[in-house]
Design a protein around this ligand. Structure first.
Ligand SMILES: [Zn+2]
Ligand SMILES: [Zn+2]
Ligand SMILES: [Zn+2]
Length: 292
């Protein structure tokens, strides 16, 4: 399990990318860990706001000719920095606007539109492809993080659909929108959306991790949900250790891929998992492939 610090570094990088999908994917966290993640997002925002406020106070004091009191000021800063979030709130400094970190869970229940960050309904083809390239390039340049290298063993774990799966139909209403249902819907491990539609169940973990919607299963792993549901021995990508959802990737110290399906499809790969596993091989593996 990676440290909180590591998670934060990841988040900062995502923010630097100014990548909508990446940012949205940040919201794509496990139901159980959702709240913690959001809190952390708020913490980062809060730290920024607090630092800005400290700088403003410093400036104000300088303007008032209180520079001589710099010693006391340092003390003030030291004290405010060491205060917990709760005690800072009761200080006389005007409270900054609350950082926008709404709870997805409650907004969903209220029927408000839920942010979808997954492959589903990409905004624009060109944008997606361009973004995909950027993501791929960034991944390639990641030396300092845990390297994302796959072997032939991983390739054996890739599934394959016999029948094509029709995207954007299962769990969609006639108007083309996904049908969110807090009661009857089942959360997809990949896109984290609690919508109607088929879901897989894993024979190994028998848990929520093994629940994938048809679109995610097809785009991200090249498998057909109906075939997976018929197969009593089906094992989910998480248990196969090839899950490429943003949360699993972050856990491993890798950046979320963002929407890559259109790009990898155009390159001739069956799914995002196929693309990742077939293009990121160790040096000895590369040699093997060339010799083969
Ligand atoms: Zn999904
Ligand atoms: Zn599983
Ligand atoms: Zn996952």
């Amino acid at each position: 399990m990676m440290t909180r610090k590591r998670v934060r570094e990841e988040k900062k990088e995502n923010n630097d990318d100014d990548d909508d999908d990446g940012r949205k994917e940040e919201a794509e966290v496990d139901e159980e860990e959702e709240e913690e993640e959001e809190e952390e997002g708020c913490e980062i925002e809060y730290e920024k706001l607090r630092n800005a406020r400290l700088a403003e106070n410093k400036k104000r004091m300088a303007e008032l000719g209180l520079v001589d009191l710099s010693h006391s000021l340092t003390e003030v800063i030291r004290l405010s920095s060491s205060k917990s979030g709760k005690s800072v709130k009761v200080s006389r400094t005007p409270k900054p606007p609350t950082p926008p970190c709404p709870s997805r869970r409650s907004s969903r229940l209220q029927g408000a539109p839920v942010v979808s960050y997954s492959e589903l309904r990409p905004k624009g083809e060109g944008k997606t492809a361009k973004k995909g390239e950027g993501i791929a390039a960034r991944h390639a340049g990641r030396g300092g993080q845990s390297a994302e290298i796959y072997t032939a063993e991983h390739e054996k774990l890739l599934g394959s659909a016999t029948e094509e799966w029709q995207l954007f139909a299962d769990g969609y209403a006639a108007n083309g929108n996904r049908v969110y249902d807090p009661v009857l819907g089942k959360t997809c491990h990949q896109c984290r959306q609690k919508t109607l539609g088929h879901r897989t169940s894993c024979s190994e973990c028998k848990s929520l991790h093994g629940q994938f919607c048809g679109d995610c299963l097809y785009m991200r792993y090249g498998e057909n949900v109906l075939e997976a549901m018929k197969n009593k021995n089906w094992v989910c990508p998480v248990c196969r250790k090839i899950c490429n959802c943003s949360f699993c990737r972050i856990k491993r110290g890798w950046t979320p891929t963002g929407a890559l399906y259109k790009k990898v499809k155009a390159l001739g790969y069956k799914s995002v998992a196929h693309y990742l596993i077939l293009t990121r091989r160790g040096k000895s593996e590369e040699k093997e492939i060339i010799e083969a």
